[in-house]
Design a binder for this molecule. Sequence first.
Ligand code: API
Length: 262
Amino acid sequence: MFLSFYKYQGTGNDFVVIDNREKIFPSDVNQLVSFLCDRKFGIGADGLILLEKDDVTDFKMVYYNSDGNQSTMCGNGGRCIVAFAKHLKLITKETTFIAVDGFHKAKIEGDIVSLQMQDVNHLTEKPNSLYLNTGSPHHVQLVNRVKDFDVRKEGERLRYGVYGKEGSNINFVEKVAKDSFYVRTYERGVENETLSCGTGVTAVALAMHHSGQASSNSVAITTPGGQLEVSFIKDINKEGYSEIWLTGAAQLVYKGEIYVDA
Ligand SMILES: N[C@H](CCC[C@H](N)C(=O)O)C(=O)O
């Protein structure tokens, strides 16, 4: 059978996106997801996103990493599904949708999508890093000359060596100017560096503010895949953050059909 799909990318984090409102996708078949995400034998992507109906919100987002397993929240994928919902004429400029980590508001203007992320109530300080969950778990570590850093080797070592089976995404960050940082991310479930990671960029912005490396409540993050901005409010009476918004481009690349064994 032929399966229709859309290919989206959000600052280089790329996804197979499927309109599953009629539940045509056999979602219990992990190897189908890993096949579709395979860059040689399939379409190729960091992850796969299903847009489904929801009784309360405009739509439901279901996210799979390219290893075929359903995963925690994907920030760039959340921005791409909002662009897809607009393409399908389900929404115009604003939306509320449900994802694995709860409700999300989002706004879209042209191809720029601003996605509200879940509040972050706790950041764990470790010897030379911070650990926090922005919808997915993230290790954040400042390094020198991040562009020359062996992200794959060090990322894999930390993801398996420190964070065990559950794992974590691993972000290496370098300060480039006041309230401006360059970030490279090793992504759990992709098991490699991706060109950007939305929940990772969000984690880096909050970690840099928490540790005093950033003073503004709006932080510019450059990734190998493009530019993102994270804005937030620091909660005065506790260590957390709220009103966290991740903003950047999300674009349709192509639409296609792929042959899958029935
Ligand atoms: N790989 C992540 C999920 C996708 C995160 C990333 N693509 C993003 O944009 O947030 C994990 O398993 O925690």
